[in-house]
Design a protein around this ligand. Structure first.
Ligand code: HXC
Length: 534
């Protein structure tokens, strides 16, 4: 290694004075990079939060981030804002690579005017969203903001409107992901709500239209920030949030993983990733399930883990409407979306929330060329006045709409039972599914044996005199009904099932079907589809 003395004598290597123009640029950039200054950065850290640039560094491949609009500043002269010259106007924008693929990003900087959204801030976000759309790459928003910048009045509100419009224009065209990393209040919540997926981090993320103080004044309810709009509230009750992370690094790892399942845009397919898991791997568990009491609860995850490549399943919306499970897996290296009834919750019955959850996920899969694998184990719709009056008819219709509309490859398997309207809704053949399989023990009928025989044989049962006589008659009729209707064979005989399969071959059957359907084209059905929030 050469010494400092040597290099000082080398005229080529001697330090040249920095050109004034370069000095000026460097100073300007340095000022912006300092964000809101040490005290506010300290305050940000004290809340357990990273700065906007640290977040971007965690999320993107090392050294890949290119910042845009570093020198954009506010034009607002009110409240001394021009003199304050908020660095970067409180938002960092740019592009880089995630898993080696180009992605655009904006990250609100809470250390600058609380990340509040003024006109220039909004225009920076709009510009990077336009860049993402024009170049057909995903866009990730890292939100940490006090909302509309009060000093800029209606310019701030109009800024949100510009963003919302772009969210909708990009919907179903490029994947849009929102990561809530601080407060997100008022109308500001609606940009994330218009995107495809929302992440929150325990302890630091909050979303609400009106905060606890307004709630108290308006309704008298006492509620904390966390109770009102924290992770738990939105991941399990409102269904606003799709993913919860324990920490910011955990969150960025999950965002990267989600993106690995998605194509860059609606014209592409997700990347195929080869893995050593054999397509013909047998699944003895499914054979054992043929012996299972049809009413016994179990977690459908056990089946998903068995059929997925390397037993890996990336669940979406895990805490919300647990009676239906949705998420991503790979089969034979190709990405597939799973929609599965979960008998561990409400016996796997369909209700309002599960219909909304599944319908929106199906519409996302369809927009982005991802095949749908449906695992059916459903006793019907969840009954009750509450469900009827809250609109199960209106919400349940969304599920029928989503499956019927979807033109991506659709494969459905009846694992244990499929009754009534719920049989139709879970990607039945006549709703347009490409391949429908069932296990040999599957029950498929208009209704379960107990209810059916009470209706079909009400007179005979009423005529039976003794209790024992009634019980024996009921047992005989139930057995006859089960044999005739509560089996897959009537359905197979009509062609509404393509095959009653050897259960242990399920993984192979699905992979083979996916291979055939890889280039599926349905003429006239490739128009652009948005992913409207349902
Ligand atoms: C301007 C804001 C601001 C805002 C925060 N700041 N929110 N400046 N406009 N909306 C500034 C603060 O003045 C402060 O500046 C700095 O950001 C940090 O704020 P703190 O209050 O010190 O931080 P903290 O205690 O962590 O509280 C964060 C907060 C609180 C909960 C977000 O700041 C807050 O309640 N802000 C107002 C939220 C709000 O009502 N926004 C409008 C929502 S309605 P200094 O200089 O002291 O560091 C809305 C409509 C959108 O957004 C409609 C879209 C259609």
């Amino acid at each position: 290694m050469e010494s400092a003395k040597q290099s000082a004598h080398d005229p080529a290597k001697a330090e040249r004075p920095t050109a004034p123009s370069l000095k000026r640029l460097r100073q300007m950039v340095e000022t912006v990079m300092a964000g809101g200054g040490p005290a506010r950065i300290q305050a940000q850290k004290a809340k357990g939060k990273f700065t906007a640039r640290e977040r971007i560094n965690y999320l993107f491949d090392e050294g890949s981030f290119q910042e845009t609009d570093i020198l954009v500043g506010t034009r607002c002269a009110d409240f001394g804002l021009k003199e304050k010259n908020p660095p970067g106007d409180g938002v960092v924008t740019g592009f880089g690579t995630i898993n080696g693929r180009e992605t655009c990003v904006f990250a609100q900087d809470f250390t600058v005017l609380g990340g509040s959204l003024g006109h220039a801030h909004a225009m920076k976000i709009c510009k990077v969203m336009d860049l993402a759309l024009a170049n057909r790459v995903p866009v990730v928003g890292l939100l940490d903001s006090g909302g509309a910048r009060i000093q800029e009045g209606v310019d701030s509100l109009d800024g949100y409107a510009e963003i919302f419009r772009r969210n909708v224009r990009s919907s179903g065209v490029i994947p849009q992901i929102s990561v809530i990393l601080g407060p997100c209040a008022g109308g500001a919540v609606y940009s994330p709500a218009l995107t495809d997926f929302i992440f929150m981090v325990e302890g630091i993320s909050h979303m609400f239209v009106t905060g606890p103080d307004v709630v108290k004044a308006a309704t008298g309810e006492d509620v904390s920030f966390d109770q009102l709009g924290g992770c738990e509230a939105h991941a399990s009750k409102s269904g606003v949030c799709h993913f919860v992370a324990k920490s910011e690094p955990d969150c960025f790892r999950q965002v990267r993983e989600l993106l690995s399942f998605l194509p860059q845009n609606r014209w592409e397919r997700p990347e195929r990733v080869a893995n050593p898991d054999p397509a013909r791997r047998a699944i003895p568990l499914l054979e054992k399930m043929c012996e299972m009491d049809p009413r016994k609860p179990y977690r459908i995850h056990h089946v998903i883990w068995q059929i997925a490549d390397e037993h890996k399943f990336f669940e979406v919306h895990a805490g919300f409407a647990k009676n239906i499970v949705v998420g991503f897996m790979r089969m034979g290296g190709e990405v597939a979306g799973v929609v599965a009834n979960n008998p561990a919750h409400f016996a796997g019955a369909l209700d309002i929330n599960s219909a909304d959850k599944a319908a929106r996920f199906i519409r996302f899969l369809n927009a982005f060329n991802i095949p749908i694998v449906t695992l059916t184990d459903v006793p019907g719709y969840w009954p009750g006045v509450a469900q009827e009056h809250a609109g199960i008819i209106r919400h349940g219709a969304k599920l029928l709409y989503a499956y019927s509309e979807a033109t991506v490859p659709k494969i459905a398997v009846v694992i244990r039972k499929a009754y009534g309207g719920a049989y139709i809704a879970m990607s039945s053949k006549r709703l347009g599914s490409d391949f429908n399989f069932s296990s040999p023990s599957a029950e498929i009928a208009v209704m379960g044996p107990a209810g059916a025989i009470e209706i079909l044989y009400s007179r005979e049962l009423a005529a039976a005199k003794m209790d024992e006589e009634k019980a024996a008659l009921r047992a005989r009729l139930t057995a006859e009904y089960k044999d005739r209707f509560a089996s897959p064979y009537q359905t197979a005989s009509t062609g509404s099932l393509d095959e009653v399969i050897e259960p242990s071959l399920l993984r192979y059957k699905i992979i083979r079907a996916l291979r055939l359907l890889r280039d599926k084209r349905q003429p006239g059905t490739h128009e652009c589809r948005g992913n409207i929030p349902l």
